[in-house]
Design a binder for this molecule. Structure first.
Ligand code: NAP
Length: 339
């Protein structure tokens, strides 16, 4: 007997930040697995800023979701039926599961995970895509050295709060930029960054001068726009700008605003480099082991913001663009047993 399935489909293009009108909930049966396939039920679904890009019809690193399709999304899921030699019922897996309660996939589409190593939710956060993004973006692209000043924007978010902690572990001076007093308190008191800037209440250029008196060596950018421009004016010689995202520009991805002050890269022999996690898929085990070890040793923590139910998906997408999330935002579909 097939279980009731809820799927969230992309229903209508979003002019600005996506809202309830852009999604449609449908309830179609999913097919049983054929040879080489597995059926799964989702435990957690990730809510990401990238979703705006995925529903925008412009050249990107991945094809856009078409109107009527199930929305793309990361999830962590449990196998409920298997016709694959590689999976047994009760195994867990992660990857692009889509925003739906259940699904049937080719077994190679998802990555098997050991659910005994850590809580399942952390596979959506610190031990999943955001953690790996922070790890490779900072260490591989940013190449911070002990004693250097690292500035991080959207610093209290899923990626940013892990970047801040890794940069501290590497002996850097960390300046965290976030919106609002609670996020700034968290970064400064709980994570121990060296300086915080509340960009909603402070003028960014003068706040940066105060927080980074020796200039900026590495900027981990999740915001773009005016913030990137302000940082560029204060970079040191051979600075590295890590372009991770540009959420301030996601409202209008068709014609985003570029950095006016990019000449500073010439003047300071600086480097600006973009990346996506896809560049590092082959190195996931390396990041996983380091992040898990640091967490087990109490050197880093993963902040998670969990909302119950797939029906909350439209609201959750709005929350992320309004800065209402405290750490990694995700939907929980099935309650976890007590640890
Ligand atoms: N390259 C990759 O592979 C990759 C992977 C994951 C994420 N990313 C990018 O990294 C960035 C952070 O992603 P995340 O998943 O960690 O999300 P997140 O930081 O958990 O959530 C997004 C945060 O962005 C801030 N924000 C929203 N609108 C803003 C605006 N107009 N100006 C400044 N800040 C704004 C909000 O925090 P405040 O309250 O502080 O404003 C919000 O909480 C995004 O740009 C995302 O696209 C890239």
């Amino acid at each position: 007997m097939s279980e009731p399935v809820t799927q969230v489909r992309f229903a209508q293009e979003a002019d600005g930040i996506p809202n309830a009108e852009n999604w449609q909930f449908t309830h179609d049966p999913i097919p049983p697995p054929e040879e080489g396939e597995i059926s799964v039920k989702m435990h957690f679904l990730s809510v990401d800023p990238a979703m705006k890009g995925w529903i925008t019809n412009k050249r990107s690193y991945i094809r856009p979701v078409k109107i009527g399709e199930v929305m793309r999304g990361f999830g962590v899921a449990e196998v409920t039926a298997s016709r694959s030699d590689y999976y047994q019922v009760g195994d867990f897996c992660t990857g692009f599961t889509g925003i739906q309660t259940h699904g049937t996939f080719n077994s190679r589409h998802l990555r098997k995970v050991d659910a005994s190593l850590a809580p399942l939710s952390s596979l959506m956060g610190g031990l999943g895509m955001p953690g790996f993004t922070a790890y490779f973006g900072l260490l591989d692209v940013g190449q911070p050295q002990a004693g250097e000043t690292v500035v991080v924007s959207s610093a209290a978010g899923a990626v940013g709060h892990i970047v801040c902690q890794i940069a501290k572990l590497k002996g850097c001076r960390v300046v965290a930029i976030a919106g609002g007093p609670e996020k700034c308190r968290y970064l400064s008191e709980d994570l121990g960054v060296d300086a915080v800037i509340d960009y909603r209440h402070e003028e960014i250029a003068s706040a940066l001068k105060k927080a980074a008196p020796n200039g900026i060596d590495v900027y981990f950018d999740g915001v773009g726009g005016d913030m990137l421009d302000a940082v560029l004016m204060q970079i040191n010689r051979l600075a590295r700008i890590v372009l991770c995202g540009a959420i301030s520009q996601y409202e209008n991805l068709i014609k985003p605003e570029g950095p006016g002050n990019y000449f500073q890269l010439i003047a300071q022999s600086g480097r600006m480099q973009g990346f996506t996690m896809r560049d590092y898929m082959h190195r996931i085990p390396e990041a996983f082991v380091d992040l898990l070890t640091w967490q087990n040793e109490g050197k880093i923590e993963f902040r998670e913001h969990i909302i119950n139910g797939i029906d909350q998906f439209p609201r959750a997408v709005e929350m992320i663009f309004q800065g209402e999330n405290q750490g990694k935002l995700m939907l929980q579909l099935i309650s976890e047993p007590e640890a």
